[in-house]
Design a protein around this ligand. Structure first.
Ligand code: HEM
Ligand code: HEM
Length: 121
């Protein structure tokens, strides 16, 4: 199985670009309603994912099947959480389930990572 480190390391800068573009749009428009989405795309997407990729690159023994689960859960989680946060930012309560599911997936991804780090660090 090919390692998942490149998946994390390649996706993270793309999310940084998206998050920064959103930051610039917020700054220019002076409309900061999407600040929470911006913060989480940057901090979960860029910072946390790149850190995970670096860990998997540093500790190849950690980069097994479970790391794929980590990547899948983290990616789906951020997509769903982001959708929920964006909707809620504009007052759309119907987007709440996306935030709930995204939160649970994001926590599940971090739990998987915590388990991997505990066994390999
Ligand atoms: C081109 C780059 C960026 C631009 C133009 C930008 C712009 C902004 C703007 C306009 C706000 C709202 C500030 C306010 O309402 O007071 C904000 C908030 C925030 N940004 Fe960025 N940002 C950028 C990059 C980043 C990066 C790389 C990160 C994290 C790694 C980040 C994390 C945050 C956080 C956490 C907040 C919320 C701060 C708070 O709660 O007061 N930003 N950003
Ligand atoms: C299950 C995952 C997470 C959930 C459900 C979540 C949810 C939230 C919520 C509801 C807020 C308050 C937003 C508001 O006041 O409008 C918030 C703010 C914030 N969170 Fe998270 N968060 C998560 C993970 C994280 C992580 C992993 C980081 C950093 C690595 C982070 C950094 C922040 C920051 C910097 C703020 C303040 C940003 C702002 O002012 O909008 N969060 N988060």
């Amino acid at each position: 199985m090919s390692p998942s480190a490149p998946l994390f390391l390649r996706l993270a800068p793309v999310l940084a670009l998206l998050g920064m573009c959103l930051g610039i749009v917020m700054g220019i428009s002076q409309d900061h309603r999407l600040q929470t989405l911006h913060a989480h795309v940057n901090l979960i997407g860029w910072v946390s994912m790149f850190l995970a990729g670096l860990y998997y690159r540093l500790v190849p023994a950690a980069d097994g099947r479970l790391a794929y689960w980590h990547f899948g859960l983290a990616t789906l989680g951020l997509a769903s959480l982001g959708t929920g946060l964006a909707g809620l930012a504009f007052g759309e309560r119907s987007f709440e389930p996306f935030a709930v599911v995204g939160s649970l997936l994001t926590i599940a991804a971090m739990a998987v990572f915590a388990w991997i780090v505990a066994r390999t660090s």
